[in-house]
Design a protein around this ligand. Structure first.
Ligand code: NDP
Length: 321
């Protein structure tokens, strides 16, 4: 069989995305063929397209979708044809109607979670889980800064952090985005220019325990300056560009700070991590109020990328086959 797909043959702006037809191989051992019902859009898709992260060319972007299993290969027992599933995976290829992929990424969806809801929140909720609970190990009462707080990741971070009893300080580029972060549980709202002074003020001069920052280059210095002595910067993305070469001594100079640059795939690397993380995400799901923001037909993937990269979106965007 074949599928419609969105592909890029060279890296560049959204204009390099083009619609093509590609063969879908039957699932081999350990693989499954999934027909997509909703495709989750993530900032990483733009990194693959622009070349910020390497991808083998030609490349079909996309690392997350929800759909129905059509066929499974030898040795696959945890999902079967007809099952509704969601997945994130380390190899791009989700911007299409149907694909074959390693079945180990597939997780069966309960009836209570719809396809669009699943595709809008799965990768980002799993990321939020590991960032909050296993990477930063946030404690009740911690003062935590979240930048890009009305984005796909940002809203989930606000909800999860509020749920575990942290004081959430949300940073956004507009009051409208701030209002969305507040509705997601943020206690204090700031613009980027207010960092670090307002964070210090809100924490009685001490500074935040943790900063979660997916903006990267543009906020790195302000994020470090917002921390308390021995505080932790979790730099988990590069929406404004990669953080450049860093003088290690800066961490000493600014108060014996800690920093880490974690990725989802290192925290969901073993079957044990995967089972633990996904179970925790399902337990928290009812509290996360996951909902799709903008929906685009699959054919309009380029417009979706333009909107995401120009900060025009809030929450999670979807491509619909
Ligand atoms: P978002 O929906 O958060 O969109 C990006 C947001 O970043 C924008 O809405 C904007 O919010 C903010 N931003 C600040 N500066 C810029 C800029 N120069 N260009 C574009 N946006 C900018 O995207 P996602 O939720 O998909 O991803 C958020 C971050 O999380 C990304 O950096 C992504 O790479 C990272 N991520 C990391 C993972 C990991 O494993 N490490 C896994 C998943 C996501 P505002 O206007 O309020 O500033």
């Amino acid at each position: 069989m074949d599928t419609r797909a969105i592909q890029f043959a060279r890296t560049g702006g959204p204009e390099v995305l083009e619609e093509v037809r590609l063969a879908v191989p039957p699932p081999g051992p350990g693989e499954a063929l999934v027909r997509h019902r909703a495709i989750g859009v993530n900032f990483i898709d733009t990194y693959h397209r622009s070349g910020v992260y390497p991808a083998a060319l030609p490349c079909v972007p996309g690392v997350e979708a929800a759909g129905v299993v059509e066929a499974v290969g030898a040795g696959v027992t945890h999902v079967a044809p007809g099952d509704r599933v969601v997945y994130f995976c380390s190899s791009p290829g989700a911007y299409c109607d149907a694909r074959t992929l390693e079945a180990r990424w597939l997780v069966k969806l309960p009836d209570a979670i719809g396809d669009e809801e699943a595709a809008a929140g799965w990768l980002k909720a799993c990321t939020t889980e590991f960032l909050v609970e296993r990477c930063a190990k946030v404690q009740p009462g911690d003062a935590v800064v979240v930048t890009a707080a009305a984005g796909g990741m940002g809203l989930l971070l606000c909800r999860w952090l509020a749920e575990v009893g942290a004081t959430v300080i949300a940073v956004t580029s507009s009051p409208e985005k701030g209002a969305m972060a507040a509705a997601a549980g943020a206690h204090h709202l700031l613009g980027y220019a207010d960092m670090p002074a307002r964070v210090k003020e809100l924490t009685g001069g001490r500074g935040a325990d943790v900063v979660f920052d997916g903006v990267g280059k543009a906020t790195f210095d302000a994020a470090l300056d917002s921390l308390r002595r021995r505080g932790l910067l979790v730099s988990f993305g590069n929406a404004s560009g990669k953080v450049g070469p860093v003088d290690f001594g800066i961490l000493a100079a600014k108060g014996s700070l800690f920093t880490t640059r974690p990725t989802l795939f290192d925290y969901y690397a073993t079957p044990e991590d995967f089972a633990l993380g996904t179970a925790r995400v399902f337990a928290m799901w009812p509290k996360l109020a996951v909902a799709a923001g903008r929906r685009y037909p699959l054919a309009e993937a380029a417009q979706c990328h333009r909107d995401l990269e120009s900060r025009a979106t809030t929450g999670s965007s979807l491509l619909l086959p």
